[in-house]
Design a protein around this ligand. Structure first.
Ligand code: AMP
Ligand code: GLY
Length: 443
C-alpha cells in the first residue's frame, strides 16, 4: 500500500481546519458508488464525519484507495452492490454517476430496505430525459430556453426551416454529456439534427430531440440538497467546459471549477431558489415522484434573469471537488437527513473564502488518449492541497493515468486569487507525459 504525502493531507481534517468528533457515537459504514474525481471527493468528505467508520468505494480508483477501501464491484452491478451492502451492514450508500440512477439503482435498494442517497428512476428523469424536464418546466412556468420536442425527423426539419433564430439541438436521453450541439446558423442546426435523428450518433438517446432557443450569458451550477420537501443550496460554482484557455476548443467533461463565483450574489441564489428550485421540488412531490438527493441546476444568467439550461440528478464533476471542500457541515448527517425526510438549512454551512480545482487531463483528451502514463510529484504538494483522482490506477506500486481526466487539484484560499495561486503552485509539481491543463481556471 502506497503511503505518501497526499494520503496524509487527504486524511487530515486539520489541513482544512476541521476536527472531527468521536467519543461514544456508534459509527456507520458508507459505500460510495463510482470511480471518478467526484467520488474521491465524496469519499474524502464522508470520511470526515464523526458518524462514519469505514468508507468503501465501488469500484473506485487509485485515489479513493488512499481515503477509503476500494471494492471491485461495477457501478451497474446492482445485485453485487446490494449483496455487499447487506453483508457489510452499510448504513449509507451514495451514488455518484447518473447512469445507475437512471437505471433505477435507488428503487432496487429501497425495495431491499437499504438506505441510499439519490433520486428514484422516475425522479432521475429530470436528467435522463431532457424532454421530460423541459415539459415539466414549461408546465410549472420555470424560466428556461424556449424549446420544441420532436420524435419525427421531417417535423423537426420543418420547424427549423421557420428560421426562428440560433438554435441548440439536443438528444433527449443520456449521451455522456455529448448530446448537445450549440449551433450558429440553420445549416449547422440541420446537420446536427441529421446527425442525431438519422445517423443516430447518440443511439436511442436521440429518438427524441429538443430544438431550443440559444441563450447567452455566464453559466452557473447550483447544486441543491433535498429530502423531497426541503431544499438547501450548496455554494454556487462555475465550471470551465472547453478544453483550451479562453474557453476555446471542444467541450469536455469539465477542465476546472471554482466556488463561489464573485458575480453571484445571495439575492441571485434566492431568486434561483424561488423561481426554479422550490417549484421543481414541489412539482415533483405533487406528481407523486418526490425528488430526494442532490439536484444540479445548470443555469444561464441571461439579460432577463437566470434560466435553466439543464438538470442533473447527481453531483457535478468537477463542481463537487470545489463545493465539498467549502462545506462546513457533516455530509453523512446531511445525506441521512435527506433520506429520512428531516433536512434542515442549519445543517449546511460553508467555510469563508473560495475554492478552485484544476483538472489535469491526458494528452489527446477529449479525443483519444493513451493510458498507463506514470504520475509523479503527488507526494510533493503541500498539505492544504487536495489532489482528487479522476482517472488513475495503481500499477506495480506506481500511480498511473487511466482516463481522460486524470486528477482534479483543489485548494482553498481566503479569496479566489489566493486559491488560484495555491492550486497552480501545486499543479506545477505534478507530472505525466503530455499533461494537459488550462492556465486560466478561476482567473
Ligand atoms: P448540457 O449538456 O445541457 O449542459 O449542455 C452543454 C452546454 O451546452 C451547456 O453548458 C451550455 O454551454 C450549452 N447549452 C445548452 N443549452 C443551451 C442553450 N439553450 N443556449 C445556449 N447554450 C446552451
Ligand atoms: N460539470 C458538469 C457536469 O457534471 O455535468
Amino acid at each position: 500500500m502506497m503511503k505518501c504525502h497526499s494520503e496524509r493531507s487527504l486524511r487530515s481534517e486539520e489541513s482544512f481546519g476541521r476536527v472531527s468528533g468521536g467519543g461514544m457515537i456508534e459509527k456507520i459504514s458508507v459505500l460510495v458508488i463510482g470511480s471518478g474525481g467526484r467520488e474521491h471527493a465524496l469519499a474524502w468528505k464522508l470520511g470526515q464525519s464523526p458518524l462514519v467508520g469505514r468508507v468503501f468505494v465501488a469500484p473506485g480508483n487509485a485515489g479513493t484507495s488512499l481515503v477509503a477501501e476500494n471494492v471491485p464491484i461495477a457501478e451497474d452491478d446492482f445485485a453485487g452492490l446490494i449483496a455487499f451492502v447487506q453483508e457489510n451492514g452499510i448504513g449509507l450508500a451514495v451514488v455518484g454517476p447518473e447512469v445507475p440512477l437512471a437505471q433505477g439503482i435507488v428503487d432496487q435498494f429501497q425495495a431491499a430496505g437499504l438506505p441510499i442517497f439519490g433520486p428514484t428512476q422516475t425522479a432521475a428523469q429530470l436528467e435522463a430525459s431532457k424532454a421530460f424536464a423541459k415539459t415539466f418546466m414549461q408546465e410549472m412556468g420555470i424560466p428556461t430556453a424556449r424549446a420544441a420536442i420532436f420524435t419525427d425527423y421531417e417535423e423537426a426539419r420543418d420547424y427549423l426551416a421557420q428560421n426562428l433564430g440560433p438554435a441548440v439541438i439536443k438528444a433527449s436521453g443520456l449521451a455522456a454529456g455529448k448530446g448537445v450541439i450549440v449551433c450558429d446558423d440553420t445549416a449547422q442546426a440541420e446537420s446536427a439534427l441529421q446527425e442525431i435523428m438519422l445517423d443516430r450518433a447518440f443511439g436511442m438517446a436521440g429518438d427524441e430531440v429538443l430544438i431550443e432557443e440559444r441563450m447567452a450569458g455566464p453559466e452557473l451550477s447550483l447544486l441543491v440538497l433535498t429530502d423531497g420537501v426541503t431544499a438547501v443550496p450548496l455554494l454556487p460554482a462555475r465550471d470551465h467546459k472547453r478544453i483550451y484557455d479562453g474557453d476555446q476548443g471542444p467541450n469536455t467533461g469539465g477542465m476546472g471549477a471554482y466556488a463561489p463565483p464573485p458575480d453571484v450574489t445571495p439575492e441571485l441564489i434566492d431568486e434561483i431558489m424561488t423561481t426554479v428550485v422550490h417549484p421543481i421540488i414541489r412539482g415533483m412531490a405533487e406528481r407523486g415522484m418526490p425528488y430526494v438527493g442532490v439536484l444540479y441546476a445548470g443555469l444561464m444568467l441571461t439579460a432577463v434573469g437566470p434560466k435553466v439550461v439543464e438538470f442533473n440528478c447527481r453531483f457535478g464533476d468537477p463542481e463537487t471537488q470545489v463545493v465539498l471542500p467549502m462545506l462546513d457541515g457533516d455530509l453523512a448527517e446531511i445525506m441521512l437527513a435527506c433520506i429520512e425526510g428531516r433536512l434542515s438549512p442549519e445543517m449546511v454551512s460553508f467555510h469563508s473564502g473560495a475554492c478552485v480545482t484544476v483538472v489535469l487531463a491526458s494528452p489527446g483528451y477529449p479525443g483519444n488518449y493513451p493510458k498507463g502514463l506514470p504520475i509523479t510529484g503527488l507526494d510533493s504538494i503541500s498539505e492544504d492541497i487536495l489532489a482528487f483522482h479522476a482517472g488513475t490506477k495503481m500499477s506495480e506500486g506506481q500511480i498511473v493515468t487511466n482516463g481522460g481526466r486524470v486528477l482534479a487539484v483543489s485548494g482553498r484560499g481566503e479569496d479566489l486569487g489566493t486559491a488560484v495561486s495555491r492550486v497552480y503552485t501545486a499543479v506545477q509539481k505534478i507530472h505525466f507525459e503530455g499533461i494537459l491543463y488550462r492556465r486560466d481556471i478561476g482567473r
